[in-house]
Write a protein that binds this ligand. Structure first.
Ligand SMILES: Cc1cc2nc3c(=O)[nH]c(=O)nc-3n(C[C@H](O)[C@H](O)[C@H](O)COP(=O)(O)OP(=O)(O)OC[C@H]3O[C@@H](n4cnc5c(N)ncnc54)[C@H](O)[C@@H]3O)c2cc1C
Length: 406
């Protein structure tokens, strides 16, 4: 296995767009979030010439609750990255505390981790570079067109643009997934009544936030949204929420709505929320019917998205970035149209089926009666609550792909 990158590393572009356009690539991975970084790493470890392209310059902030659940840690463990990632975090998450207007409850959770996306994503990209992937940052990719032996993709930076050609394109460009927007057949459907995300990172300081325990995920649920809080490394607090966009009309700002949700449920730190500037996301829940085409594979949020109540988004992203490796490798060797249904089927079995439970939970929490029942179950049926927790956090089935991937 390749050596682990130094964790002090911050990923720096390894070439410029002119150099990138002079080479022809086995794999072009667009988007350096958890899905793209892991995919690029695994493909480079396989010996494929791999170019990872990212629109931002890392480290960058990203709207996220920053909780890596147990399943995500297990996936990282299988590729040798758990220990170095854990070393970046201040503490492990072991408890989950819920506040609703119907009461408060608490339960143990399988070990997770709270880590800022600035640190996590930068560390994963450093790992991809250590494995031999090339990297372009501050560069926006857009699909130019399909060619006989792959894809021609346009790269745009502040200084100019160039086209690159790759045998296989991996789209890991996140929720809105703009890369394929010009290809009409890859529209993602935003689900009816989809909520929007919002998040902010604040200094822990000495006020109410100082009372938050670093081993606990604090969730507050109300009719128009839910709010999570965790302690990150470097004495920061991450506050992330999913809220009903229609309720914004009543409250005026995301901050006012979040404060109302926390106040109604008597959740933590409500007095500390004044003046916090939250950044929002587009509508969250969306689905893409097609997640593969000739020499093209979609991974992570680009495949569709379920609201993050159960904090699993990064686990799905990391795991899809890992699972797609053998199919991409085969596509590089020789294109076979059966790879399209293979990726649809594998993604459905390993990821989409698991998203059903999260979807069920987030949808039911929009009804007062369900929130009431959930609060009561957590308090009165701790075994049932523990069993649901275990199910959400269960390691992914990485076989039989894994033996080949590593
Ligand atoms: C409010 C909120 C809270 C959340 N909380 C949690 C949580 O606690 N735990 C959890 O596991 N998940 C959580 N999630 C979900 C999690 O953030 C996502 O599931 C995860 O980031 C998906 O990873 P990804 O690699 O697919 O996409 P992303 O992390 O979105 O990465 C996509 C990357 O692609 C880049 N990109 C996009 N377009 C282009 C382009 N054209 N060219 C080049 N680069 C491009 C972007 O800059 C970005 O860096 C939360 C999400 C939200 C909105």
């Amino acid at each position: 296995m390749m050596p682990i990158a130094s964790l002090a590393d911050r990923p720096v572009a390894t070439l410029d767009i002119t150099e990138a356009s002079r080479r022809s690539w086995d794999c072009l991975v667009v988007g350096a979030g958890p899905a793209g970084a892991v995919a690029a790493r695994q493909l480079a470890l396989r010996g494929h010439s791999t170019l990872l392209v990212e629109r931002a310059r890392l480290p960058r902030w990203k709207a996220c609750g920053c909780c890596l659940n147990h399943a995500a840690l297990e996936t990282l463990d299988r590729i040798g990255l758990r220990a170095p990632i854990e070393s970046l975090a201040q503490s492990r998450l072991r408890r989950w505390r819920l506040a609703t207007p119907y009461g408060h409850s608490e339960c143990a959770m399988p070990t997770g981790l709270a880590l800022s996306r600035a640190s996590f994503d930068a560390a994963l990209v450093s790992e991809a570079l250590a494995a031999g992937s090339e990297y372009l940052d501050a560069t926006t990719a857009s699909v130019s067109h399909k060619i006989a032996e792959g894809w021609r993709v346009r790269l745009q930076t502040g200084n100019g643009r160039a086209d690159v050609v790759a045998s296989v394109l991996v789209a890991a460009d996140g929720l809105k997934s703009p890369l394929l927007s010009k290809l009409g057949t890859f529209e993602s459907e935003v689900q009816a009544n989809s909520w929007i995300g919002a998040a902010a990172t604040v200094h822990r300081g000495e006020g109410a936030f100082a009372d938050l325990s670093p081993d606990t995920v604090y969730m507050t649920c109300g009719r128009d949204g839910y709010v999570g809080m965790v302690v990150l490394e470097s004495d920061q607090i991450e506050i992330a929420a999913a809220v009903n966009p229609h309720a914004l009309g009543r409250w005026g700002t995301v901050q006012a709505l979040i404060t109302e949700i926390v106040t109604e449920a008597d959740g933590p730190c409500r007095d500390a929320l004044a003046g916090i500037g939250f950044r929002g996301t587009p509508r969250l829940s969306r689905r893409r019917r097609r997640i593969a085409a000739e020499r093209l594979f979609l991974i992570g949020d680009a495949c569709g998205y379920t609201e993050p109540f159960t904090g699993e988004g990064m686990a799905w992203a990391l795991t899809s970035g890992l699972l797609v490796g053998p199919l991409v490798a085969q596509a590089v060797r020789r294109w076979d149209p059966s790879l399209i249904p293979q990726w649809h089927s594998l993604y459905h079995q390993r990821i989409r089926k698991r998203q059903r439970l999260g979807r069920l939970l987030t949808r039911s929490l929009r009804y007062r009666s369900c929130t009431k029942i959930m609060t009561a179950v957590l308090n009165q049926q701790p075994r049932l609550a523990a069993s649901v927790m275990r199910r959400i956090n269960a390691p992914f089935d990485l076989q039989p792909v894994f033996a080949e991937v590593r």
